[in-house]
Design a protein around this ligand. Sequence first.
Ligand code: HXC
Ligand code: NAP
Length: 295
Amino acid sequence: MSQNTYKNPMLKEGSLKDKVIVITGGGTGLGKAMGKYFVELGADLVIASRKLDVLKKTAEELSKEIGGNILPVECDVTDYAQVENLLKTSVDKFGKVDVLVNNAAGNFISPTERLSHRAFDIIVNIVLKGTYNCTLAFGKNWIEKKQNATVLNIVTTYAWTGSAYVVPSACAKAGVLALTRSLAVEWAKYGIRFNAIAPGPFPTKGAWERLLPGDLKEKFDLAKKVPLKRVGEHQELANLAAYLVSDYSAYINGEVITIDGGEWLKGAGQFNMLEMVPDSLWDMIEQMVRKTKGN
Ligand code: HXC
Ligand code: NAP
């Protein structure tokens, strides 16, 4: 196996044929990367966000490159009426929706005491309210039509660890994770699966400009925090997402899959810092520890 296999598409051709997939925040970054691969696998795609010009440009670019049916729909996920319109427009165009990917997000770094309540609101509204708005509108429709469906929520690893300096995002992503696990159980009886992906660092313009502005990129090289010593490739996230929204993952429900090269665990393990001890010191350390025998 080549070392770069993870950069290649993974699923069989046609794996998402006949599926209609809606991705919020699908015009940029990871949403765009997932959407591209879903269309390559045969899905019809709806991409939704606030900036119609960005969505149209992405749809044109992808259609030119790979063909397929891609519908851009302007939708602010914080507004329930716009979410209902997204559902209606998608169903009018494609007859149904099979998969919802709650990917839209907002975030920026800041000491929490510098935030106004409006700054807190804007992030929580996009991430948590946006996710439950879409989930509720699409879910009610699936239940009414007795249609099987899948929801994929994009969270982060600090959804369960928390993180300083991105507190509104951490609170909101924790809520999205709770929603994922709760509805995986409650709506399984309707044939609706819920899963989440927790990505580690995957460079995108949107995230990097707001989380690593200016020379912070160089100062805090995120690859160095990852045991595998690299950041993520968009295709490897798209591979995982495609599997989770496909019928190949039919028995996976309520799971959050971390794709971060071991980043969060490296921060968590109490003695992980011992990787800084050079090999040459381990003989001496072992002797010191062994000397304690019987003490
Ligand atoms: C403190 C700030 C601020 C800052 C805005 N505010 N930026 N406060 N520090 N840096 C405050 C404003 O003063 C205002 O409060 C309130 O927030 C709302 O401001 P707006 O001007 O309305 O918001 P705006 O700055 O235009 O937009 C913020 C945003 C925008 C909505 C979050 O950046 C956006 O559209 N983002 C979408 C894309 C995105 O964020 N992508 C990154 C996802 S990355 P007052 O009180 O003054 O009215 C991600 C990855 C996680 O989630 C993990 C990575 C490893
Ligand atoms: P991104 O390109 O900035 O994507 C965010 C998207 O959300 C944009 O397309 C934006 O489009 C859309 N959006 C924001 N507010 C919205 C609203 N109110 N209504 C509808 N759409 C809205 O950043 P990204 O890095 O690809 O992030 C994608 C997802 O991955 C997010 O959930 C993020 O938390 C998660 N994630 C990313 C990383 C990473 O390293 N990149 C790591 C962990 C998790 P408009 O501006 O047009 O609305």
